[in-house]
Design a protein around this ligand. Structure first.
Ligand SMILES: NC(=O)c1ccc[n+]([C@@H]2O[C@H](COP(=O)([O-])OP(=O)(O)OC[C@H]3O[C@@H](n4cnc5c(N)ncnc54)[C@H](O)[C@@H]3O)[C@@H](O)[C@H]2O)c1
Length: 452
């Protein structure tokens, strides 16, 4: 089907680029940001696609009325507001955009944690009230603590990446196997509960995760802990959380989502009868509350929209042709490995293999494809070196590249993990990335003459 025959109904307003780019691609766009679900159902049969955030639930009734529907694009991370099984049975393609707000969620989860541990909100409130209390607002440090992440998908991984550099141990528990990576060690739930000082939830809301954090679950933790919930309010039994806050088993809670918020996430109080547990949260100094904004940044507004456009275009085979580009890597720049005695090892290679070693190892000179002098470095590193971190491997490869900045930009856009900040020296520019198996890769845009 050509885009000009595909009618898309936008049920929520989004970043303007979403509409503009779909229009530029030839799709027919219409908006209805106000009609209720029943009204939309009377006309939905005319449309092939819908773009929605969380305005109402896409249930069987809606899907039955949507007789021509080909796709549902949810401008957000999860799809729980859609009857996924029934939509898929009907051949409706489902699109979500967790790539668009995972960074925001990782940053907010970390922000909440630091704020709680350092009493920032309470201290701020007290100063405003004229109270200058230092001892009563003494904080805790993250360093040396163990952070447990439950649900190691888009959001959980984003938080784990942000935790790099805080000198914490990061554990993750997930029902899928082999999801752990260089940023978090996968363990079973009992281990996480035995070791964690912090628990951050990043699970979808499913029958298995509904009310997951209840009294029995909390009691399984060996130590008192801080709780961060940016996933879904109904993952936590608020009354049990309150009991644990009162007893000190939970030291503090950062809640971006609440059991009591509406499915649309747009409001909290349905009437004046506030549940007792909610009343407790609202006055507790150990609790930090935000209105479901973890994924809600200026940047994610744009990234979510762009992800949706790209996925809709891809679904209709309209994604930009991938032009085969020049190889991104132009050669092997270095082979680095840990050694128990680098000096002795270098000498051994010099003596027995005739390699011209110096203090750094061996600079092997060769000619590149243009006939220019090029160099590859071979170096044993001290066993205790932290240069390969966060990789735990005993070796690291360096690849020669021709445009480090451009390449890092492309890699970041493809979701590749970038480590640290690029650095520039007389002998070239350096940047670092991680491969999926936890190998740190050094990228080098060389100035070979710098080594002569
Ligand atoms: N607060 C916000 O603004 C905001 C923004 C984005 C996402 N979210 C929420 O964050 C949560 C995670 O989103 P995501 O995009 O990372 O999802 P995801 O699907 O990428 O990852 C979720 C992970 O949880 C695991 N999981 C599922 N059931 C589990 C269980 N019973 N026990 C342990 N692990 C389980 C899955 O295997 C998966 O690896 C969702 O609830 C999502 O709606 C909230």
């Amino acid at each position: 089907m050509k885009p000009s025959a595909i009618r898309i109904l936008h049920l929520d307003s989004n970043h303007p680029l979403l509409w503009e780019q779909l229009e530029a691609a030839g799709f027919l766009n219409e908006a209805d940001y106000t009609s209720d679900k029943a009204t939309v159902e009377t006309k939905i049969a005319h449309y092939h696609g819908i773009v929605i955030r969380s305005r109402f639930k896409i249930d069987k009734t809606f899907l039955d009325a949507a007789t021509q529907l080909q796709f549902i694009a949810r401008v957000g991370a999860g799809l729980e507001s859609i009857d996924i099984e029934y939509a898929q049975q009907k051949g409706v393609h489902l699109i979500a955009a967790p790539e668009g707000n995972r960074n925001a969620v990782g940053e907010q989860a970390l922000g909440m944690l630091l704020s709680l541990m350092n009493q920032l909100n309470r201290a701020d409130r007290m100063v405003r009230q004229g109270q200058w209390v230092r001892e009563g607002n003494r904080g805790y440090e993250l360093e040396g603590k163990t952070v447990g992440i439950i649900g190691y998908g888009n959001m959980g991984k984003s938080l784990a990446k942000k935790l790099q550099g805080f000198e914490v141990k990061v554990l993750c528990y997930d029902i899928q196997e082999n999801v752990g990576d260089a940023f978090a060690q996968q363990v079973d739930l009992a281990t996480l509960q035995a070791e964690a000082d912090v628990l951050s939830l990043h699970i979808p809301w499913t029958p298995e995760t509904d009310k997951m954090v209840n009294a029995a679950f909390i009691q399984q933790f060996a130590k008192p802990f801080w709780l961060i919930n940016t996933s879904r309010g109904k993952n936590v039994v608020t009354a049990d959380l309150v009991t644990a806050l009162e007893s000190g088993k939970i030291l503090g809670a950062g809640l971006d989502v609440l059991e009591y918020e509406k499915l649309s996430f747009e409001s909290l109080f349905t009437d004046d009868n506030r549940p007792e547990a909610l009343a407790y949260l609202l006055q507790s100094e150990k609790v930090l509350l935000t209105p479901h904004i973890a994924g809600w940044t200026f940047e994610s507004h744009q990234k979510l929209a762009q992800t949706i456009v790209d996925k809709i275009k891809m679904h209709y085979g309209l994604a930009e042709q991938i032009v085969p580009e020049q190889p991104r890597v132009t050669g092997l720049g270095g082979f680095f490995f840990k050694s128990n005695n680098p000096k002795a090892l270098r000498e051994w290679y010099g003596t027995h293999l005739g390699i011209p070693v110096d203090d750094y190892g061996w600079s092997f000179w060769w000619k590149d494809a243009q006939g220019q002098d090029a160099m590859t470095q071979w170096s044993p590193f001290e066993a205790g070196s932290d240069y390969f971190q966060p990789s735990e491997k005993p070796f690291m490869l360096n690849y020669r590249v021709s445009d480090l900045e451009g390449l890092l930009e492309k890699l970041a856009a493809q979701g590749v993990t970038i480590v640290g900040e690029p650095q520039s020296y007389d002998y070239g520019k350096f940047g670092w990335i991680m491969d999926p198996e936890g190998n740190k890769i050094e990228l080098w845009e060389p100035i070979d003459s710098g080594f002569k």
